[in-house]
Design a protein around this ligand. Sequence first.
Ligand code: ARG
Length: 317
Amino acid sequence: LTPPLPGPGTLPATSATPSDRAATPRHYLMCPPVHFDVVYAINPWMDVSVPVDAGHAVVQWQALKAAYESRGHRVDVIRPEPGLPDMVYAANGGVVVGGRALAARFTHPERQPEGAAYEAWLRTTGADHGLQSLGQAAELNEGEGDLLWDGEVLLAGTGFRTSRAAHAEASVRLDVDVVTLELVDPRFYHLDTALAVLSTGTRGDGGTHDGGTRPEIAYFPEAFTPASRAVLRERYPDAIEATEDDAAVLGLNAVSDGRHVFLSDRATGMHAALRERGFDPVGVDLSELLKGGGSVKCCTLELRAAQPSSTEPKEAR
Ligand code: ARG
């Protein structure tokens, strides 16, 4: 693959200002791809005639896990189940906000047993970590594949997998505001293939951003209906708008800790755009897992603890 040349408005990496962005320690759940394969096709990335090397997928996955751990993040691992080749895409297993964990209910029969597997982990080991399990969603809900927390609202994708009814259910059960976004391009069938949360916002005292910060995102506008694009432009006027080249290597399928942004090493335009804004992009090669239609974010379910009261010191790590 030849990386695209930087566009006319793109600053070279060297002109980026040194980052004063702060990373905050995160807790992730991942599933090793020991049983990874492409034996059915439920998105346009999957081609059952292309061979898959699960051993190579495991090596690449371990490098992603190590990249998180070397930057101070905690990674828990769920046991992979034979016969569930997509279980590696842990982001789809549920959504966890404020310590409340809602497990997924998958659209396609091939993946449906994963919902129970992730529900069991969240109810047992998750509870040991202080999470409150809400069980499995009643509506079609593919977890963080379609439900992305920006620190203030849950951005909720629909059109291919997660239903609008699931957005309403998540709003009630997680006690959060939801912003529905409609996806239109089958290559970007989950919200996390078309949009990345780069930093979470904090509202200031009056419930506004005075004294707080706005959430920051990157997205590929063409993946959304015109109405949803308008919603995104209005909410995030300063968002990074990704190019088709970056979106087409799943460069938006990224994980951010507020400073480091873990993403495909092929998304060179995104790397430059992130550096311009003071983020530290961390390139990862997940070429095997791309054959299933997933990248960095797909492999990563964030476990967000209940917020400690603001007077308590941060948990020592
Ligand atoms: N093969 C999986 C599917 O189509 C890939 C899931 C990717 N995960 C994600 N968070 N987008 O369901």
